[in-house]
Design a binder for this molecule. Structure first.
Ligand SMILES: [Zn+2]
Length: 465
């Protein structure tokens, strides 16, 4: 037991204590491997009322409650802070437990311990972290979940205009998690289980909850060609025609005009019953709609699927194609020497393989992304579609139809500046999150880790205590 006042004051300074709090005892229990630092305040001290907005800064102490907090280890010994926490009597609000500066209300850890846990949780899985901290993992999870939730609660996303959406499987091909990224700040804004039209709705709601205007603020969305995303963007990230008002317009000749007229009317004279979103278009008659950009990686993945479909069908009569899937799909520079040799053998003209032709169409399609200008790229793709349609390869023709049906969004890639390899980015991210959340089956836990490592959240940082 340390009793030297000078030493106690030194402990207090090391902890960053401010008056009236002071260190009154330091007890080291060697047997139990524990260090307990006792904190107290002098008789007659007064404290601020803990109720938010109350200006009473000198309430008398009514009584106290004994509390202990786990602090950062002192070498290999567990360290604790112990204090009697006053309940003060505010003239206006009555009797309340005060908030202590070294811990958040209700936590059994000091803030410094919590920040240390967050720091480690960004770098390592929770299970070994809990073991290292000699704490039950549910307590570690509670700390991480609290700070991620609290940081997200104050997030302001009103300035986000470029959004990337991607879904990824949480476990081998099923169990999806959808991820929404701010492409400028390169951070995950929102993640949610599943992938369907409601996924975009959930994102729009989250956007609205964080200062955003979902139907008017998003200018570009980068995503794959999944109908659920495309439908969701039209329904939840775009302005909707004011159909109710449109029906009342009798002077309009066409439905489109009716919508335009209705929109203009709303813009000039806001009608409380006229629109559900309350959003007013800047350009009368033009409803806001984000530009959809189909991510290069996803489009090329579809071309690769077409090649593999041709290969699988052909493998039934050409057994040499069996087990050659990756040789056809990998980037040539990523092939092993053996795969390269196999591919050189299979692609010889005398083999006359349909798969070779399909792969060539795929390679030519990739040339679209190498064109120097948007116009050249569009002309290139038109020529490519014209030829590929006549390839007599069913899956390739199917791919051409898909390209034509998603033309604008595929060409829009050429407008540039959107991250490429969005999927690769999110995928490696999710792989990392999966490793961190290893041993836990809940998707909510995985999402918490995704926010922690890729949300760029304003998490608390280390100061004193
Ligand atoms: Zn008060």
């Amino acid at each position: 037991m340390v009793e030297d006042p000078g030493l106690l004051a030194m402990f207090g300074a090391a902890l960053g204590l401010v008056p009236p709090w002071q260190v009154t005892s330091v007890i080291f229990d060697k047997e139990a491997g524990k260090l307990e630092i006792g904190l107290d305040f002098p008789r007659g001290s007064r404290f601020a009322c803990p109720i938010e907005g109350c200006r009473e800064s000198a309430c008398p102490v009514h009584d106290t409650a004994e509390k202990t907090w786990r602090h950062l280890d002192f070498f290999e010994h567990q360290a604790f802070l112990a204090a009697r926490v006053p309940r003060v009597n505010c003239g206006e609000h009555g009797i309340h437990l005060i908030a202590v500066p070294w811990a958040r209300p209700g936590s059994g850890f000091t803030l410094l311990m919590e920040v240390a846990m967050l720091t480690f949780a960004k770098q390592m899985p929770i299970a070994p972290l809990a073991e290292m901290a000699r704490e039950h993992d549910t307590r570690v999870w509670r700390v991480v979940e609290h700070h991620v939730g609290a940081s997200r609660a104050v997030l302001d996303v009103s300035g986000v205009t470029q959004v990337g959406m991607d879904e990824t499987s949480a476990r081998r091909g099923h169990d999806y998690v959808s991820i929404f990224m701010d492409l400028e700040k390169r951070r995950v804004m929102f993640a949610t289980p599943d992938k369907d039209a409601d996924t975009v709705k959930a994102f729009a709601e989250d956007l609205a909850a964080h200062g955003g205007r979902p139907t008017t603020q998003v200018e570009r969305v980068c995503c794959d060609m999944s109908p659920a995303f495309i439908k969701g963007i039209g329904e939840h990230l775009s302005e909707r025609p004011k159909t109710e008002a449109a029906e009342e317009e009798t002077g309009a000749d066409t439905a489109v005009e009716a919508v335009e007229l209705a929109n203009t009317t709303v813009a000039v004279q806001p009608d409380p019953g006229g629109g559900s979103s309350g959003a007013v278009s800047n350009a009368p008659g033009e409803l806001h709609r984000p530009q959809i950009v189909f991510d290069r990686y996803h489009v090329v993945a579809k071309a690769n699927e077409a090649v593999d479909e041709v290969r699988r069908a052909e493998a039934k009569i050409r057994p040499e194609l069996k087990r050659s899937r990756y040789a056809w799909l990998k980037n040539e520079s990523n092939l092993t020497a053996k795969q390269r040799e196999a591919l050189a053998w299979l692609t010889r003209p005398s083999m006359g393989l349909q798969t070779t032709r399909a792969a060539r169409w795929r390679d030519d399609f990739n040339g679209f992304y190498e064109q120097p200008t948007r116009d050249e790229a569009e002309a290139y793709l038109r020529r490519w579609c014209y030829g590929a349609k006549r390839s007599l390869l069913g899956p390739v023709k199917e791919f051409v139809r898909m390209v034509e049906a998603h033309w604008e969004g595929i060409i829009a890639w050429q407008d540039g500046q959107l991250s490429n390899g969005l999927l690769e980015g999110t995928n490696s991210l999710v792989q990392a999150a999966k490793r961190r959340a290893r041993g836990y089956r809940s998707k909510a836990k995985m999402i918490t880790i995704i926010y922690l490592i890729a949300g760029k959240l304003p998490l608390p940082e280390i100061h004193t205590i």
